[in-house]
Design a protein. Structure first.
Length: 146
């Protein structure tokens, strides 16, 4: 009987779903919403990106990734590292007036020093523009916006 139990334990261990490491995503709004569909406007509001150059940090979950996909033409995002997150919290973190122990869930950033990329905010990042997924290069943009 003990052999069956060991085999079952090995089977369970081998077939457990692999847990992905938690990734923090930094999302920054880069475009205005004049002429945008109301669903995109509401998605940006849910992400707490109500104005240009506002940023927010979220865990990578399916619901957040769905909202990013919906508003991809109006935002840029990527994986923020711990050092940049600490710098962002120190420099741009604001206390919530309702509960002074907590910080607000968004950051008011400055426009980036040196501007956005060469082709502007309407072109995807992979094509030389500013919109879309930047991966690890979001850290450079955030440092220029602090």
């Amino acid at each position: 009987m003990s052999g069956v139990k060991e085999i079952m334990d090995e089977y369970k261990k081998a077939h457990e779903p692999k847990k992905k490491p938690e990734v923090n995503l930094a999302i920054i709004r880069i475009r205005g919403t004049v002429g945008a569909m109301s669903t995109i406007k509401s998605t940006l509001k849910m992400l707490r990106l109500e104005r240009n150059n506002y940023g927010a940090v979220y865990k990578s979950t399916p619901s957040i990734l769905g909202m990013i996909k919906k508003a991809k033409d109006y935002i840029t995002w990527g994986e923020i590292d711990d050092a940049t997150l600490k710098l962002l919290l120190d420099k741009k973190g604001e206390k919530d007036p309702r509960d002074p122990k907590l910080l607000k869930k968004f950051f008011r950033l400055s426009p980036p020093r040196g501007g956005y990329e060469r082709k502007g905010i309407k072109t995807p990042f992979k094509s030389g523009g500013a919109a879309g997924n930047r991966g690890k290069k979001i850290n450079d943009l955030i440092k220029r916006m602090i």
